[in-house]
Design a protein around this ligand. Sequence first.
Ligand SMILES: [Zn+2]
Ligand SMILES: [Zn+2]
Length: 211
Amino acid sequence: MSCGFDLEHYRELVEAARAGGYRFAFFDRPPEPGTVILRHDVDLSLDAALAIAELEAELGAAATYFLMTRSEFYNLDSPSGQAAVERLRDLGHRVGLHAVWPHVDRDERFDSVLAWHNPDPEFMREPVEGLVNVMEAPWADVYRSDSNQRWRQGCPHEELAAGSIERLQLLTHPEIWVYPGATMRETMLAMLDAEGRRRLEQLAADRIDLS
Ligand SMILES: [Zn+2]
Ligand SMILES: [Zn+2]
């Protein structure tokens, strides 16, 4: 099995967790042995988040999606942003706040859980009043992430399939897996191509004359 950053291997990761006997859990109670918390930080693309969300639902898995209120790349208050939150909930996923330090924009769209975007070490693990910070203990004691298409401690699919890891918080960024590319640069260029096509459709829908 090759550990590519693509939908095929994301599917294999989720299937590995199932094969290893893990249950999918959320941040609503302290992590228990035998659980995997699927966490997604949605930094760039709601479309990519929805593609992963649909795949997980098909596989019987549920995740927590951390969405930004201060993103440069998407707008949760737009019709497509509102529809994305609704669809994530309909598929059985949870929604948390992907916050930009020091702003904590709590509202009814989000469960009581926060992940900082690009956190500095000084505040990454600090408690936040009234919310679970995903990087606090015990949540992040057993943790893997796919930052910039690099697993610092290796892709966990083998350990998951073997059931050899006690529990896991698995952070993945949907755009890395949904758009093709052997490098982060290629993946981002593929995402921008898709984004450009989406923008053209939005311009037409906004009654802009593109003739
Ligand atoms: Zn792998
Ligand atoms: Zn982020």
